[in-house]
Design a protein around this ligand. Structure first.
Ligand SMILES: [Zn+2]
Length: 645
């Protein structure tokens, strides 16, 4: 039997001609026992496990532990889902598939919105198809073939997807009986014992995210290889739902939204108290790291936004208004305002870097369908800052910003942080040479500060590359928060200058930086991260004094007033309700300390303290309670030293 030379992950192997992919996988120990071998790529072409190899070539084996395997499984299940929807709702048209962290979501036009109650029969149909092991026929196809296969009215969205993907992507068609689906991925032969999935819920989604297009039904699916992974993921989803910041916002009486102001927040006293603690913390941090706080106008003439480049690149996101035949834009960002403040002074190279900070209240016209609680709003406040410096100073500024950002994240209880460098986008200002320069400056600053990072090609801002801080929350979800952007363009466009050592006028480099990003979004993330159990230093109400009966009302008020005078956020609850009811209400509000004031306590100037986390109750003089709170290592009106969640 002639021998073949097959290169697998960079290593040469020799096998007899006609060996199958699964035999090769077995021989090289690619799949552990009981693992599913999905197939492989032979010289870049997808092949099934039973494919026999006849020529020399390169092979990449895909098992369920390969990084791409979960995507292949989920695309396979999406096909089964689409086939089931078509079978049960004739004439329905399948739209696009989105991968999610726990599975996938797929859109359908069924002529009317599908109801959650209709998911059961669809799931059952999929399970049956899986159990029967129905053979799906897959083909790699060219442009003409793909488009000719997608000519029916119920294939209209598939056709649009194919047109969008071609010719950049390799396309596959998968067919089961009459049903055809187009995909950019091949499809493995699904094995029932290795497909654990649950149809979770339905929502509405416009085709292409465009509100002028039809509203489709989006079916959300959790999908994994094994039942225990699925169960873990369902438990996590349940926890995420429990911690939803919109739900906790209501329960803790922090904020609400109204239809009359889409994407803009009504902050209640408790929510605004939380906001203020965060704002004062950030303000303190600005001061300590050499930033001067400034404030620019909310409305500025459209001419300024034309000069800054925002009009051309950002116009569709700006709210506009008019007065005395002049057009103004509501600021979507604070940068041009800071440039104007910088320009109002005369700057020598000796003055640089100049660092300005602002709690910049901005508005951006996000599509109403994309708004989501505090996480996606139209009116928001950034912990914004701009550094005007020379190119030589970028490195030190990036290193200082990095140290500052990491400390802030730790103080708020985020420990898992990764850095990404977003590079030039397709639509951008400036020539390639200046992009090479700015991207190079950031890379070398990071390398010299010994910081590890990943790169995201095409995801930079239109005026410069971006350094992004991605945080992982207590439920393992990732959020992009802080950014630092290097900008050589805006100071030049708006003619900001400094005088160098030779008396020449030069343009400074501008660094745009934010650590929390949008305050609203950060608070949303924080609420979900700690599940509403704010650490003591952040808790809107740190303690409530509960009178047991009417006789102790005066004493409870006296204690609460005493604690307030010492800077503790506290009040008395002297309502004529039972202690059990009052305790339950404040526990639901997740107040860190409940202080009970009964007869015994009133006589001894003490309180019985109940901490929220199951610590045993104890009675102590109320001044001792104040000292206990004041001497916590994380001061509630200063920097926390550890996070107590
Ligand atoms: Zn900026």
């Amino acid at each position: 039997m002639p021998m073949l030379s097959i290169r697998i992950d960079g290593r040469e192997h020799r096998f007899e001609q006609g060996i199958s992919v699964s035999e090769v996988a077995c021989a090289i120990g690619a799949a552990a026992e009981g693992q599913w071998l999905l197939g492989g790529y032979l010289d870049g072409q997808w092949v099934m496990p039973d494919h026999r190899i006849e020529c020399n070539g390169r092979l990449h084996v895909v098992t369920e532990s390969s990084p791409e395997a979960l995507d292949l499984l989920r695309h396979g299940l999406a096909f089964l889902l689409a086939a089931a929807v078509r079978h049960l709702h004739s004439g329905s048209a399948a739209g696009s598939i989105q991968m999610t962290e726990t599975g996938f979501a797929m859109d359908f036009d069924t002529g009317r919105p599908l109801l959650a109650a209709e998911l059961g029969p669809i799931q059952a149909h999929m399970q049956r198809a899986l159990a029967q092991g129905q053979a799906v026929i897959s083909h790699q196809v060219g442009r003409e073939e793909a488009l000719s296969m997608l000519s029916m009215p119920d294939e209209r969205y598939q056709r649009q997807l194919a047109e969008r993907w071609l010719p950049a992507q390799t396309l596959w068609t998968h067919a089961l009986a009459e049903f055809v689906l187009i995909s950019i991925r091949p499809m493995p032969a699904l094995i029932e014992s290795h497909c654990a999935f649950r149809l979770m819920q339905v929502s509405g989604a416009y085709w292409n995210g465009d509100s002028t297009q039809p509203m489709l039904t989006r079916i959300h699916v959790a999908a994994w290889f094994h039942a225990d992974h699925l169960q873990r993921s369902l438990d996590q989803l349940q926890e995420i739902e429990k911690r939803d910041h919109r739900k906790l916002g209501k329960q803790l009486d922090l904020f609400h939204f109204e239809e009359q102001a889409p994407g803009m927040v009504y902050w209640h006293p408790a929510g605004w108290s939380l906001w203020q603690v965060i704002e004062q913390y950030v303000r303190d941090d600005f001061r300590k790291s050499g930033y001067q706080e400034v404030r620019g106008p909310q409305l500025m003439d459209v001419q300024l936004w034309k000069r800054s480049g925002h009009w051309r690149h950002y116009q569709q996101h700006m709210f506009l208004t008019e007065s005395e035949r002049r057009r103004y834009a509501v600021k979507p960002m604070s940068c041009p305002g800071h440039v104007e403040i910088y320009k109002a002074g005369h700057h020598s190279y000796r003055d640089l870097p100049v660092r300005y900070a602002e709690f910049g209240n901005c508005h951006r016209n996000e599509p109403s369908g994309a708004l989501h609680g505090l996480l996606r709003v139209r009116g928001f406040t950034q912990d914004d800052g701009h550094v005007f410096c020379t190119a030589d100073q970028i490195e030190a500024e990036v290193a200082a910003f990095h140290r500052q950002a990491m400390q802030v994240y730790r103080d708020f209880g985020f420990d898992a942080i990764s850095l990404k460098l977003a590079l030039r986008p397709p639509r951008r200002m400036g020539d390639d040479a200046s992009w090479d320069r700015t991207e190079g400056a950031l890379r070398s600053a990071l390398a010299r500060a010994d910081i590890a990072w990943d790169e995201l090609p095409g995801e930079g801002a239109f005026y410069g590359p971006k350094l992004e801080y991605h945080l992982s929350d207590s439920m393992g979800r990732n959020w992009q928060l802080g950014t630092l952007q290097v900008d050589f363009l805006m100071p030049e466009r708006l003619d900001a200058t400094f005088v160098d050592a030779h008396g020449q006028r030069r343009h400074p480099v501008m660094l745009h930086r934010a650590i929390l990003g949008s305050m609203e979004r950060f608070i949303g993330i924080l609420i979900e991260h700690c599940g509403g159990w704010f650490p003591l230093w952040l808790a809107p109400v740190q303690a409530v004094v509960l009178s047991v009966g009417i006789q102790q009302a005066d004493y409870a008020v006296k204690v609460a007033t005493g604690l307030q005078e010492r800077g503790i956020r506290c009040h008395a609850d002297i309502r004529h309700e039972t202690l059990a009811l009052k305790t339950r209400e404040h526990s639901l509000r997740k107040v860190p300390y409940l202080l009970i004031a009964g007869d015994r306590e009133a006589r001894s100037a003490s309180v019985t303290m109940r901490a929220r986390r199951g610590e045993p109750s104890r009675t102590l003089p109320w001044q001792a309670f104040a000292q206990l709170v004041e001497h916590k290592p994380f001061r509630f009106n200063g920097h926390p030293r550890e996070s107590e969640t």
